[in-house]
Design a binder for this molecule. Structure first.
Ligand code: 5GP
Length: 209
């Protein structure tokens, strides 16, 4: 996918929200071609690392004191508590990428998404919905990483997030992942074609000759 050259163009901030277990990771993998030049923001969290997760790749795993210190010193673009643990987006890498004209993708829960929308009204808000809550429950159990009490809390949180779906710009139902990826690609293409994103030198280039 071609993106306009970065002359004067700021990157687009994409925010993706959807219950844990809805398949955001699978969707990203399926749409990897379209997301190749999008910077994925690695969040910080206080939750324990799951098998297969690497520090600095899936999350920056921090203890609570370290996390809270970063919030206090303004290092987080947003942060929220989710089912007993803290999650947050380190601000500096996001700002640096956007300033250099690169698009950024955040994968965060609803409270954080609302904070980002308030701070950055231009952010493009995407909601990933499960085909049904029953299917979401099946996927959460199938993953086998969380105790029953956490699964119940995650499902309750998912219900609350789904009720807020109309706050978002787009909804992608992750039933058939190939179809969901096609929708995501279409959204990226359309958002990148918005005329208001053009930098002065890109407009000048249209006038040239
Ligand atoms: P999980 O523990 O399943 O990796 O993530 C739990 C929830 O936290 C998911 O909804 C995920 O999108 C969200 N999350 C991950 N990183 C962040 C973050 O930086 N900020 C916020 N607010 N939520 C996050």
């Amino acid at each position: 996918m071609t993106q306009p050259s970065s002359g004067g163009r700021r990157g687009i901030l994409f925010v993706m929200t959807g219950a844990s277990g809805v398949g955001k990771g699978t969707l990203r993998a399926e749409a990897a071609d379209a997301l190749a030049d999008v910077v994925y923001s690695v969040s910080a969290t206080t939750r324990p690392r799951r098998p297969g997760e690497a520090d600095g790749v899936h999350y920056h795993f921090l203890d609570r004191a370290d996390f809270e210190e970063r919030v206090r010193t303004g290092g987080m673009l947003e942060h929220a508590e989710y089912v007993g643990d803290l999650y947050g987006t380190p601000a500096a890498p996001v700002d640096a990428a956007l300033a250099s004209g690169r698009d950024v993708l955040l994968e965060i829960e609803l409270d954080g998404a609302r904070q980002v929308k308030r701070a950055r009204p231009d952010a493009v808000m995407l909601f990933i919905a499960p085909p049904s809550l029953a299917e979401l429950e099946r996927r959460l159990r199938g993953r086998g990483t969380d105790p029953e009490a956490k699964i119940q809390k995650r499902l309750a949180r998912a219900r609350d997030e789904i009720r807020a779906v109309r706050e978002f710009d787009y909804v992608i139902v992750n039933d058939d992942v190939a179809e969901a990826a096609a929708t995501l690609r279409a959204i990226l293409t359309a958002e990148r074609a918005r005329a208001r994103l053009l930098g002065d030198d890109q407009v000048a280039a249209f006038l040239d000759g």
